[in-house]
Design a protein around this ligand. Structure first.
Ligand SMILES: Nc1nc2ncn(CCNC(CO)CO)c2c(=O)[nH]1
Length: 289
């Protein structure tokens, strides 16, 4: 997929996609579990199923529609992934982050990533929206990193910094917009930690993750962020806290995918109000990444 010879290498894929619709997107959005409704915010949509796109990975998870939606958000050409890819589906990590390369090649400058996550921070409640200020790439500690292997100089440096992975101006802007929208009670800013899944964490793992500074835990996003930052795209990300991670042995609580999807439905309205406004102010105050 990534060798220059393949007709479907990243350049080939970019050309194929841009031939399917008339504009070059500047904004990319990745919808997490149950958050695909964000794609409905786009005007003048052109929708393609991942299955229509040669050699594009396929979504296999309930709550991930598997559609690439082109359209405009507040007048900005945008491409939105209604469904992302996860290590637990058996995808190779470079397939998971392949869409980030395609976004970059199509002209995307800013990526907004969303995910559903478990709340490790005991002050968090189900339904909170956590602006991600930093991440812990736990699979990276075991050598799972999308930049492993020869560096593709076309995209970025061999050793990219990650201390500024999440755009600080956009974090502050998003928090202000959320408070102005009346979301003060449930807007947070914290650290997201990814595991590979698909099993949810044990109690001991949740306690460890909390001790090392994680406020929320999931199974995605970090790999795409590393790839997006490697190729110089601006990143803003948030987690919808869809359940409280189980931290006590004397509870019968269990994390379920159903509650993940249900919380996404319950919060859809607030998320669909927040994202376009954050973008609207971004293009006003911070137009260039
Ligand atoms: N405790 C806990 N709660 C969560 N809610 C969403 N996710 C993200 C994983 N989402 C999977 C399963 O719902 C689907 O991608 C998690 C998680 O990993 N752990």
């Amino acid at each position: 997929l990534h060798s220059k010879e393949s007709p479907y290498c990243s350049e080939g894929m970019k050309t194929w996609l841009l031939d399917q619709q008339p504009f070059r997107p500047l904004l990319g959005i990745v919808c997490g579990s149950g958050l695909g409704g964000l794609a409905d915010l786009l005007k003048d949509q052109k929708v393609m199923s991942y299955s229509e796109i040669p050699h594009f990975p396929q979504s296999t998870v309930q709550g991930h529609a598997g559609k690439l939606v082109f359209g405009s958000l507040k007048g900005t050409p945008c491409v939105c992934m209604q469904g992302r890819f996860h290590l637990y589906e058996g995808h190779h990590i470079q397939k998971i982050t392949f869409p980030m390369k395609i976004f970059k090649l199509m002209g995307v400058e800013t990526v907004i990533l969303t995910n559903a996550a478990g709340g490790l921070n005991q002050e968090y409640n189900v339904g909170d929206i956590m602006i991600i200020k930093d991440h812990i790439n736990l699979p990276g500690f075991a050598g799972i990193n999308p930049l492993m292997g020869p560096n593709d100089e076309r995209f970025g440096l061999r050793f990219p910094a990650m201390s500024d992975a999440y755009d600080r101006e956009l974090q502050q802007l998003a928090e202000k917009v959320a408070i102005d929208l009346g979301y003060k009670e449930f807007i947070r800013r914290g650290v997201y930690c990814t595991l590979t899944g698909p099993s949810f964490e044990t109690i001991a793992e949740c306690r460890m993750l909390s001790m090392i500074g994680a406020d929320a835990v999931g199974m995605s996003t970090v790999h795409e962020v590393i790839a997006a930052r490697h190729c110089g795209m601006r990143v803003f990300a948030f987690s919808l806290i869809t359940n409280q991670a189980v931290m006590d042995y004397d509870t019968d609580m269990k994390a379920t995918h159903d509650e993940v999807l249900q919380t996404g439905k319950d919060r859809a309205h607030q998320l669909e109000a927040l994202v376009p406004l954050v973008w609207n102010f971004t293009i006003c105050f911070y137009p260039n990444p």
